[in-house]
Design a protein around this ligand. Structure first.
Ligand code: ATP
Ligand code: MG
Length: 327
């Protein structure tokens, strides 16, 4: 059976971009593949985090995984810091990667730009991500398109290690959706929607109350010609809203365009509020039930045990290849 690995950072609550771009695929893949879905808390501290919020968001993201339909009987759900092998393999990979290739990563450039003091962890974020993936002999990594470059680097690191030390790691393939792989920010539709962006109206979190969803959509940036037409280059705002409408309603983008032919942005946005709110209410009801339950901690404990077993085997394999003495 093919192995799948992916993760979400607990830097905030999961937004509809994470959901549409990555997590919806997780729910489909768990039916036919051996899936590992991780809350990547070690990644979150590559930029400053409030400890109380990190703690809360870690449990929130795990509960949201379950609320959107990831079934712990079918997939392994766990927290990255519960599996020490991630940090240890990261070091082995840091020593087998280059400053040059890490400096070319656009996420590093974006997240470090304008900062006086750039944490070293932000620079080696991609080697930790490579460790996450390679530890599970992963075949497929479902992600949004912003992570494509990191996946290419993961493949390069795995191939290089295998060539230098002998066959050790499975070289993974990336899986990116054709539609929805890059949902844009609502306030600035030329930037991707992000958990860590300052303006909360730039995103719709899966846990936003109806009034907040309404505010974010109604205030979203669109052009002024009032024509509902998909044209990413000239009409990035309305094109983004069309994509969101399509993915939440099950209609194709041309079907949505047809439905709103001649209607103004106001009508379209109001209907979009309804479509999104209806879907998120279902998720939120499940979320609050899971988040309060004992089940959540049991799932994470069992997930960590299973993940540790596999990860430790891969880590030992890599350490032996490097020449470390194993007792
Ligand atoms: P942060 O701003 O803290 O980096 P994020 O919103 O980018 O948060 P991540 O936890 O880094 O979220 O990414 C989780 C998954 O969601 C990854 O697979 C990533 O590719 C995907 N993803 C992130 N943003 C988007 C987006 N705007 N559209 C589609 N997929 C996205
Ligand atoms: Mg991100």
């Amino acid at each position: 059976m093919k192995r799948v690995f992916s993760g979400v950072q607990p830097t905030g609550n999961i937004h509809i971009g994470n959901y549409i771009g990555a997590i919806k695929q997780f729910v489909e893949l768990q039916e036919t593949m051996d899936c590992f879905f991780c809350v990547v808390d070690l990644h979150s501290i590559t930029l400053p985090q409030n400890p109380e919020e990190l703690h809360k968001h870690t449990l929130d993201v795990a509960a949201l995984y379950m609320a959107v339909g990831i079934d712990p009987k079918k997939a392994t759900i766990f927290v990255q810091s519960h599996v020490p092998a991630h940090s240890e393999l990261n070091w082995l990979l840091v020593c087998n990667s280059y400053m040059g290739e890490l400096s070319r990563m656009t996420q590093f450039k974006d997240k470090s730009s304008g900062k006086d003091a750039v944490p070293t962890g932000l620079f080696v974020y991609p080697t930790l991500m490579a460790a996450d993936i390679l530890l599970y002999d992963t075949h497929i990594v479902p992600v949004g398109s912003d992570q494509k470059q990191h996946l290419e680097l993961t493949r390069d690191i795995a191939i290089r290690f295998n060539n230098r030390f002998g066959e050790t790691f499975v070289v993974p393939d990336v899986k990116i959706k054709e539609v929805g792989a890059r949902i844009m920010a609502l306030d600035e539709p030329t930037k991707k929607m992000s958990k860590s962006a300052e303006n909360p109206l730039s995103r719709i979190s899966l846990l936003d109350p109806p009034a907040q969803i309404k505010k974010s959509i109604m205030k979203s940036t669109t052009d002024s010609d009032n024509e509902i037409r998909y044209d990413v280059e000239n009409k990035p705002g309305i094109s983004n809203l069309l994509t969101i409408y399509s993915l939440f309603s099950g209609l194709t983008v041309p079907e949505v365009e047809k439905k709103y032919h001649g209607a103004g942005y106001g009508t379209f946005k109001k209907d979009l509020v309804e479509v999104v709110t209806d879907s998120l209410t279902v998720i939120q009801d499940k979320f609050y039930a899971v988040r309060e339950s004992e089940e959540l901690r049991i799932v994470l404990k069992e997930g960590a045990a299973k993940a540790n077993e596999i990860a430790n085997e891969t880590l030992s394999r890599a350490k032996k290849k490097l020449g470390f003495v194993m007792l």
